[in-house]
Design a protein around this ligand. Structure first.
Ligand SMILES: *[C@@H]1O[C@H](CO)[C@@H](O)[C@H](O)[C@H]1NC(C)=O
Ligand SMILES: *[C@@H]1O[C@H](CO)[C@@H](O)[C@H](O)[C@H]1NC(C)=O
Ligand SMILES: *[C@@H]1O[C@H](CO)[C@@H](O)[C@H](O)[C@H]1NC(C)=O
Ligand SMILES: *[C@@H]1O[C@H](CO)[C@@H](O)[C@H](O)[C@H]1NC(C)=O
Length: 773
């Protein structure tokens, strides 16, 4: 352990001593919340959001379903009205591949919206209800016309679907109740068909289904995609309350009551269920297992901080488990009350007995230790791992929901457009935006009406800021200040080193207009105040670099295979930097260098270049809940001198162009940035940890899919030789459920390959259930 960690600990301790002086009107404690009367602020706030690059100057981003004729009386069929609120304005529906210029925020005032037909959730659509009084969408008894009531990817002829499942970005559902109880009991209708990818979210959703023992209702069906995050959901009733399959996903705070099967997982590479409550069900988790390379089933499933009550079986697998890898399972802190069997095989045979007990740690799968390359197949309890107190609250991982400001009155909201920022993708908004932060941070909720806000100098986002976008408002860095790769410059600086206080960001997309080789897109400095763990956080926001209209980093100038680092295709120095004295609660953060052009040319692949993904040197605590980092040249996640981090499903892909050029080109590793120096594989690292302590990872999906845009290497499972590296100067590094694709060695220690994928091949992916030093 290097001494710098010790020094850091002292720095943070002294910070906490000098607690922030509160009392002034604007403060690091954030805006006062009073029980505001009247409607939800999002309903009453003047709608000044627009889509500047949409040729239709009358295009509306925010639409209330009532303006399209929805009645909301529980009797009138509102399906056509809701569908036209979604589709009006030439949006991205059937026949449209993807588009960022047609955002839609579909608002539902309080009411009961009866629907007789499916509601098709177009590409780039948020469906948002009143957070104070969530509206219901009620399926009529004669509902017909499709398998799902809310459908994010409808089927068309021949099993095809509207959108490519792995590119099904930009959807959100918030503050909604979906009522399926009027449907016939035997209807096999799905409440939500949620076949989605990154940049999607669900917050505050309740689904009501029949509780009849003969019910066929399914609350959510997901068959594939590449997600993702969802949370704060309640499902009552149903045959399978949720039936889920996707490459990777994080689900936080899911509650299921009175279902036959609460959660069925049909396939995955790696999922985590964090903070799940199941009550009065037959089976809490039914896991489809026993697959192989041709018939993929569940690869890895983590169940953390679960509470299971009055339910016959906690976990059941669909195959009787041989004494070899057949679906990795991790149970970590599960409280059982009135559970007959904790873990059952296919026939209900007892693998782990139930009762009233707390399971500290139980795993099924291949376990490795240190530099040994021999797996041990385990199906048993483990010694509980050491979890630092800083990451916990009441013995569970700290979790924080996305703030929705339902108690903030409209008078406490400041619109950046009303304050003079243009958001038109042309005007330099640097001064206007900085002025808003300087004046209102810590006393008003700063609302970024939808738009594209260009900035040309570093924006200082002060501690105390609470800011929210409108359907992922774009804050876009461009110009000279970010043009020098040898002089990297922060575009959005969140607090200053040493700051302590509240900081909240949600619904924002941080982007660049290239070339921006010197851009550090977001630098995160704020530490949460003592006694308020997770108060410095970001929710449902992402860093998206290139690939879209207005970025100048797209198929028009950076087509794949034609450039190996052209100056005009240089997109960023670093995506997200979490600095030494910061803490961070990041939920649903995707740091994406675009691999394809979303807006032009049918998703054409492009070659643009970003040096680094997420770099943390924080002394903690840091919670990364459902995050991803993709296609950066040197690394996706780099933890150096970091302490007390909880990583709960991280997902990565390396650049598709590598090894042309070989990593790290077109960038140069720099030691003052703690860059890795070993690039002998010629490829970027997915995850690299060095000189760090107490890093707990529950779910990592790290993938290598290409050799210079060719995919033959997937079949031979060796697109790159090694993908994740841990250095032995680190302490207490715990990795549960590591799944890799296309890497010969899944993990190396000090650069020497340790874990062979071939010993852990399960389906398309290889999975290790647990590795520790
Ligand atoms: C995703 O699911 C759809 C519908 O079942 C299927 O047609 C498609 O082949 C699946 N794609 C992948 C990549 O699994
Ligand atoms: C994979 O599993 C399927 C379904 O159990 C089985 O039909 C198939 O033969 C298996 N394939 C291999 C290569 O083991
Ligand atoms: C579309 O891609 C082609 C190459 O495939 C390129 O020549 C053209 O400029 C692109 N068009 C746009 C509008 O990006
Ligand atoms: C887009 O690409 C897909 C897959 O290659 C192809 O089936 C489709 O016809 C293309 N559409 C257009 C408009 O070029």
């Amino acid at each position: 352990m290097a001494t710098r960690l010790g020094l850091l600990a002292i720095a943070v301790a002294s910070l906490i001593d000098s607690s922030f002086a509160l009392g002034s009107q604007c403060s690091a404690a954030g805006i006062p919340t009073t029980a505001a009367s009247g409607s939800f602020w999002l309903e009453s706030v003047a709608s000044q959001g627009f889509s500047p690059l949409n040729p239709d100057t009358g295009y509306k981003v925010k639409r209330s379903v009532k303006d399209f004729g929805a009645v909301g009386d529980g009797v009138t069929d509102d399906s056509d009205a809701i569908n036209s609120a979604i589709s009006s304005g030439n949006r991205c529906g059937l026949g449209c591949v993807e588009s960022t210029i047609v955002p839609g925020l579909i608002y539902f005032p309080p009411g009961k919206y009866l629907v007789k037909k499916p509601i098709v959730i177009f590409w780039y659509t948020q469906m948002v209800g009143d957070a104070k009084n969530p509206p219901s969408i009620i399926a009529a008894p004669d509902f017909a016309g499709g398998p799902a009531i809310l459908d994010a990817d409808p089927y068309i002829a021949d099993g095809a679907q509207y959108w490519v499942n792995q590119n099904n970005f930009y959807r959100s559902l918030r503050n909604l109740v979906l009522d399926m109880t009027q449907l016939p009991v035997d209807a096999g209708t799905w409440g939500i068909h949620w076949q989605v990818s990154q940049a999607t979210s669900i917050y505050n959703l309740r689904v009501e289904m029949s509780k009849d023992p003969a019910t066929n209702h399914v609350g959510m069906f997901m068959e594939n995609g590449s997600g993702g995050y969802m949370g704060d959901m309640v499902f009552n009733g149903g045959k399978r309350a949720l039936d889920l399959g996707n490459q990777q996903f994080t689900v936080r705070n899911l509650e299921v009551n009175d279902a036959q099967v609460a959660i069925y997982t049909n396939w995955n590479w790696v999922w985590t269920f964090l903070d799940t409550k199941v009550k009065n069900c037959g089976i809490a988790f039914l896991i489809n297992t026993g697959g192989n390379t041709t018939a993929q089933t569940v690869g890895a499933q983590n169940i953390l901080d679960a509470s299971i009550e009055n339910t016959k079986i906690f976990v059941q697998t669909t195959t009787n488990q041989p004494d070899s890898l057949a679906g990795g399972i991790v149970i970590d802190n599960a409280e059982l009350k009135g559970v007959e069997i904790a873990v059952a095989d296919k026939d209900g045979g007892v693998i782990l007995a139930g009762g009233d007990q707390t399971i500290a740690s139980w795993v099924q799968g291949n376990v490795y230790e240190g530099t040994s390359n021999t797996p041990k197949y385990v199906r048993s309890t483990l010694n509980a791992v050491k979890k630092p107190d800083s990451l916990l609250e009441d013995g569970k991982w700290v979790t924080r929901t996305r703030p929705q400001y339902e108690n903030v009155s409209p008078d406490d909201i400041i619109s950046v457009r009303a304050e003079g920022a243009k958001g038109d993708g042309q005007t330099d908004d640097t001064a206007a935006i900085q002025a808003v932060f300087d004046k209102y941070a810590g006393c008003k909720l700063i609302f970024f009406d939808h738009g594209m806000y260009l900035i040309t100098k570093t924006i200082e986002i002060p501690v105390g800021t609470q800011m929210v976008g409108e359907a992922w408002t774009q804050l876009m860095a461009s110009g000279e200040a970010f043009s020098d790769v040898n002089n990297p410059t922060v575009a959005f600086r969140v607090g200053k080193p040493g700051d302590q206080g509240v900081l909240e960001i949600s619904d924002i997309a941080f982007t660049t207009r290239g070339p921006t080789p010197g851009a550090i897109v977001v630098e995160w400095n704020v530490h949460d105040p003592e006694g308020q763990k997770g108060a410095a956080g970001m929710w449902d926001s992402f860093i998206r670099i290139g690939g879209a209209e207005g970025t100048n980093l797209n198929s028009a100038n950076c087509e794949k295979l034609t450039n190996t680092g052209s100056p005009e295709c240089m997109a960023a120095f670093l995506g997200l930097h979490i600095t030494q004295q910061a803490s961070a609660y990041l939920e649903g953060t995707w740091v994406w260098l675009a691999d394809h052009d979303i807006d032009h040319n049918n998703s054409t692949q492009i070659s643009i270049f970003s040096g680094r993904g997420i770099y943390s040197e924080s002394a903690g605590p840091v919670w990364l809940i459902g995050t991803g980092s993709e296609h950066h040249a040197l690394y996706q996640y780099n933890l150096v001198g970091a302490e007390d981090h909880f990583l709960c499903v991280i997902q990565t892909e390396v650049p598709y162009y590598q090894p042309a050029p070989l990593a790290p080109a077109p960038f140069t590793p720099e030691c003052q940035w703690d860059d890795p120096t070993d690039f002998s594989s010629g490829y970027a690292w997915a995850l690299r940890i060095s000189d760090s302590e107490n890093i707990l990872i529950y779910g990592a999906g790290t993938y290598s899919f290409f050799n210079n845009y060719e995919q033959a290497c997937i079949d031979t499972r060796n697109c790159q030789s090694v993908i994740n590296d841990i250095s032995s100067d680190s302490e207490n590094i715990q990795i549960f459920s590591l799944s890799t694709v296309g890497a010969d060695k899944m993990l190396s220690v000090d650069g020497k390959g340790v874990i062979d994928q071939s010993a852990n091949a399960e389906g398309f992916q290889s999975t290790v259930t647990y590795w520790t030093q």
